[in-house]
Design a protein around this ligand. Structure first.
Ligand SMILES: NC(=O)c1ccc[n+]([C@@H]2O[C@H](COP(=O)([O-])OP(=O)(O)OC[C@H]3O[C@@H](n4cnc5c(N)ncnc54)[C@H](O)[C@@H]3O)[C@@H](O)[C@H]2O)c1
Length: 411
C-alpha cells in the first residue's frame, strides 16, 4: 500500500501525459509529479514550469534517469510506441509501478514479457484504456451486465476515425509507419478491441481481418499535385490539404511546439514549408492501412464485426449490440436501449459531454483508479495489463490474418 500523495515520474511529456497530469493539478493531495524525462526541451521545460519540478529532477533520456533514479511510487509512460518496452522493463526492474499508455508494446512477446515481469516483481502495470472509464461506455456496460436484455448474440462496432485525424496522425504524422509505431489496428483500435472484450466479458476464439492502404499512395496523386500542399496547383480542391487543415481551419495544431519568440502562425507556416505535416498525403512515407475490418467469434458463439475507416467526417464510435431480449445502439451521443417486449425504449443522452475535454473526464478517472489501486490494493485496478494483453493479442493476430488471408484460431 502506498501513502498519499502518490509520487509519479513522467516519461514523455507530450500530449497524453499532460492530460493525465491534470489530475495532479486538481488533486494535489492525491498525486504529485516528482520528475520528468523528456528529450524535447520545450515540452520538458513547459511541464517542469507547470508543476514546479526542479531541474535536478528533469532528464533528457530514460537511460540517464535509470542510472540515478529519483524516488517515486510510480512512472507514467507516454512515449511513442517504439519507446514503450524498454523504459517499462527498466522501470519494473527498478521497482516502480507503472501507468502505461496503449499500445503496450510492438510485439505480443514484448507485451507478455512486461506482464510477466510485473507479476514477478509484484508491481502494478495499468494500461490507459480510457474508454472503460467513459460515462457513455460505462452505461452501455451497465445495461449489458444488468441482464435485462438477456445474453449477447452479436455486436457491430465501427470506429469512424475521421479524415482529418487520419491525414494528421496516420498519413503525415507519428503513427504512419507500422514498423516505427504499430499497425493501425493496434495504434488506434486496441481501445475498441479492449472495449469489445470488456463489454462481453468473453475471449476471442477465431478471427479474420481484411484491409489495406487503399488511397494515400503515390499512384493516386492527382495530376498537377506536388510534394507539399503549400506549392501545389490543385490544393484548392483537395480534401486532404494541409494548408486547409492547419492554416485555414487551425485543426490539429494544439500539439505543435511553439519555440520562444515564434507565434503559432509562424510555426504553421514553417511546418507547411519544411515539416512532416506540410507533406502531400500522396507523397508521404506512410504504410499503415486506411481501412480495415475484423470479424471475430467469441466464446458462447458471440459474433463481432468491427470496421475502422478513415474516409468519413464522423469522429466517433458507433456500436450496436444485439441481445436475446433486446438491443442497444449508440454513437457516443445517444444510447438507445430497446427491450423486445414489455418496456418502452430508453434513451440516454450524452450529447452534453461528448466534446468535453479529457475524453469526457475518462483521462482523469483512469488516473484516479490507478492512484486508488496504489493506495488501497492492487486488485482494484480496472485496466490491469493482464486483461489488456488479451486484446492486444487479437490486434496482432488480426494483422497476421490481414497479411496472410488466413482465419486465425486462438486457443
Ligand atoms: N489513450 C488514448 O486515448 C491515446 C490517445 C492518443 C495517443 N495515445 C498513445 O499515447 C502515446 C503518446 O502519444 P502522444 O499523443 O502523447 O504523443 P506525443 O508525441 O505528444 O508525446 C510523446 C512524447 O514522448 C517524447 N519522447 C519521445 N521519445 C522519448 C524517449 N526516448 N524518452 C522520453 N520521452 C520521449 C516525445 O518528445 C513527446 O514529447 C502513444 O503510445 C499513443 O499511441 C493514447
Amino acid at each position: 500500500m502506498t501513502e498519499c500523495p502518490v509520487s509519479i515520474v513522467v516519461i514523455g511529456a507530450g500530449n497524453r501525459t499532460n492530460k493525465y497530469m491534470e489530475y495532479a493539478i486538481r488533486h494535489p493531495e492525491k498525486l504529485v509529479l516528482a520528475g520528468i524525462v523528456e528529450p524535447n526541451d520545450i515540452r520538458r521545460e513547459n511541464m517542469a514550469r507547470k508543476f514546479g519540478v526542479p531541474a535536478s529532477a528533469c532528464f533528457t533520456s530514460y537511460e540517464d534517469f535509470f542510472k540515478n533514479p529519483i524516488p517515486a511510487n510510480a512512472i507514467l509512460i507516454g512515449t511513442p510506441e517504439n519507446e514503450h518496452y524498454h523504459p517499462t522493463m527498466m522501470a519494473l526492474e527498478a521497482g516502480y509501478n507503472i501507468l502505461l499508455e496503449k499500445p503496450i508494446a510492438q510485439t505480443l512477446e514484448e507485451c507478455r514479457a512486461i506482464a510477466q515481469k510485473a507479476r514477478e516483481k509484484g508491481l502494478l502495470v495499468g494500461v490507459c484504456h480510457v474508454l472503460r472509464f467513459h460515462p457513455y461506455f460505462l452505461k452501455m456496460k451497465e445495461v449489458v451486465q444488468s441482464g435485462e436484455l438477456g445474453q449477447i448474440i452479436s455486436i457491430n462496432h465501427y470506429a469512424e476515425i475521421n479524415l482529418d485525424r487520419t491525414t494528421h496522425g496516420y498519413v503525415r504524422g507519428l503513427w504512419n509507419r507500422a514498423e516505427k509505431t504499430n499497425p493501425m489496428l493496434l495504434a488506434k483500435c486496441c481501445h475498441d478491441i479492449d472495449l469489445l472484450l470488456w463489454l462481453t466479458g468473453k475471449k476471442c476464439r477465431k478471427l479474420s481481418s481484411f484491409g489495406s492502404l487503399r488511397w494515400f499512395r503515390k499512384e493516386n496523386a492527382p495530376i498537377g499535385s506536388s510534394d507539399r500542399c503549400i506549392n501545389c496547383s490543385v490544393e484548392a480542391d483537395c480534401p486532404f490539404s494541409a494548408v486547409d487543415l492547419y492554416k485555414n481551419r487551425k485543426e490539429w495544431v494544439r500539439n505543435f511546439d511553439i519555440p520562444k519568440g515564434m507565434t503559432l502562425d509562424e510555426v504553421i507556416d514553417e511546418e507547411l514549408l519544411h515539416g512532416r505535416y506540410g507533406r502531400c498525403v500522396y507523397h508521404c512515407d506512410n504504410d499503415v492501412v486506411d481501412h480495415q475490418i475484423l470479424n471475430m467469434e467469441l466464446e458462447d458463439e458471440i459474433t463481432v464485426t468491427f470496421a475502422a475507416n478513415a474516409f468519413t467526417q464522423n469522429d466517433f464510435r458507433s456500436t450496436h449490440i444485439k441481445m436475446t431480449h433486446g438491443e442497444i445502439d449508440g454513437d457516443e451521443r445517444i444510447l438507445r436501449v430497446r427491450k423486445f417486449r414489455g418496456s418502452k425504449e430508453q434513451i440516454f443522452d450524452f450529447s452534453d459531454i461528448v466534446r468535453q475535454p479529457y475524453h469526457a473526464g475518462a483521462d482523469l478517472y483512469i488516473v484516479e483508479d490507478f492512484v486508488k489501486a496504489l493506495e488501497e490494493g492492487y486488485g482494484t485496478l480496472r485496466t490491469n495489463i493482464d486483461k489488456s494483453v488479451e486484446s492486444h493479442r487479437i490486434c496482432f493476430e488480426a494483422e497476421t490474418s490481414r497479411l496472410t488471408g488466413r482465419t486465425i484460431f486462438l486457443d
